[in-house]
Design a protein around this ligand. Structure first.
Ligand code: G3P
Ligand code: MG
Length: 249
């Protein structure tokens, strides 16, 4: 099958919004990324106890909110009462854990592209992709390039391929699995999303033999960005779009 098309890939993608400058995975973070000139943002999606897709990176609430314990045990109402900004800076006090609905509305309003990283709590790989992408698909306008959907979780990507058969997938990896070529073909992904720290010019060339662009996380300095782009990487995920503005192109 043909590789499903993506919208034009920008050289910089705001990581978790603009994680150096605003609390990660919040509406303020997405606005910050846009204000810094990012054309796309990457966010992490998981489910509340009552199966509402929200943005949160960790399995637990402790690091990025004033709550405690597993995110999967809290219903939306309780999660919405948490403060997801003060841990980062008092300037962001009152920032909430955003719902995926709010995030989609905001990126559409700001005309941003988005990479939805499905980040399931353990054991919820399939339902996280199923619920989040059914919702995202229902909200996404036909006349805009669709989100790029990625996940480290095999079961989430398999489910994504079923739920949004026409949306581009990103094969997201840390250490390269032995069966990576097989997965790239089987899922018919549109991109390969790698950890910049684990790669080099030769490994990037190998990925590119599949005909897919390679995206690399997380790159926060201009020299590293230049090196990684020099290997043939198309885009870097960065916590600091403003810090990398000179390579935005
Ligand atoms: O999707 C790229 C990157 O966000 C993957 O790692 O842990 O920051 O979600 P992580
Ligand atoms: Mg992520």
């Amino acid at each position: 099958a043909d590789i499903l098309p993506l919208g034009p890939l920008p050289r910089l993608i705001g990581h978790r919004g603009a994680a150096r400058h605003a609390p990660e995975n919040t509406l303020a973070g997405i606005r910050m990324a846009a204000a810094q000139g990012a054309k796309w943002v990457e966010v992490d999606v998981k489910l509340t106890a009552d199966l509402v897709p929200v943005l949160l990176h960790d399995d637990t609430l402790d690091r990025t909110t004033d709550g405690k314990g597993p995110a999967k045990d809290l219903e939306l109402g309780a999660m919405r009462r948490l403060d997801a900004g003060s841990w980062f800076s008092p300037a962001f006090r009152g920032e909430r854990v955003p719902t995926l609905v709010e995030v989609i509305q905001l990126v559409l309003a700001l005309d941003l592209g988005i990479n939805l990283e499905i980040k399931p709590c353990p054991g919820r790989e399939e339902e996280t992709a199923g619920v989040a992408l059914t919702l995202a698909y229902s909200l996404w306008p036909d006349d805009r390039p669709p989100p790029l959907v990625s996940s480290f979780a095999d079961a989430s990507l398999d489910m994504a391929r079923q739920v949004v058969p026409r949306w581009p997938l990103g094969y997201l990896i840390d250490r390269r699995p032995a069966n990576w070529r097989q997965r790239v073909e089987q899922l018919n992904v549109s991109t390969i999303n790698v950890n910049a720290r684990r790669e080099d010019a030769a490994s990037i060339r190998e990925y590119k033999t599949t005909g897919r662009p390679v995206l690399a996380y997380t790159v926060n300095t201009v020299p590293v960005a230049r090196e990684v782009l020099g290997w043939g990487v198309s885009s870097v995920f960065t916590d600091t779009p403003s810090g990398l503005a000179e390579i935005a192109g």
